[in-house]
Ligand binder design. Sequence first.
Ligand code: FE2
Length: 158
Amino acid sequence: MTAASEIETLHINADDIDWFDLSEMGDLSPIMNGRAEVKRIWEIPEQNRVFSLFRMWPGLVSNRHLHLGAVTGLTVSGTWHYLEYDWTAGPGSFIYEPAGSIHTLEVLGDEPVIAYFDLTGNVVNFGADGTILDAKTDEDRRAAEEADRIWREELARR
Ligand SMILES: [Fe+2]
C-alpha cells in the first residue's frame, strides 16, 4: 500500500465497496449486540487510522468501548445516540470524540443508521459486567482499566 504521505490525491467511490458484516471483522467490531455492517473505505496504517462507513440496524446496542485515539463522525441517515450523553445524532450530525472516550452506541427509531467514521487508534470493548473483552496490548489493557475506573467514578457522581 502506498504511504499516505506519498499520495497527491485519492478518490474512492464507497459505492464500489461491498458491505461486510462487522461480526466477521474481529479487529474492528465494537458492535456486538445487533446487526451492523462496515465498508472499510481507506486506511493509513502508520497512523492506525481507518475511514469507514457504518450501517447499523434498528435495535443495535454496541458494547461499551474505549477509543484510544480520536474519532470524528458524520451521520448520513438514521438516528442514534450514546447512552452516556444527552444528545441525539441524526442526518448531518457531526461528532468528535477525543482519545480516551468511552461510550455505548444505540440505534434509535426504525431506520438503519448510516454514518461515516474516521477512527484512529485501537478500541477496547467492555462486557456488560465491566470485564475487558479484547485489549490488543498490555498497554491498551492498562489504559482501559484506568479509563474504566474514571468512568465508574464519574457515573457514581451523577
Ligand atoms: Fe465508539
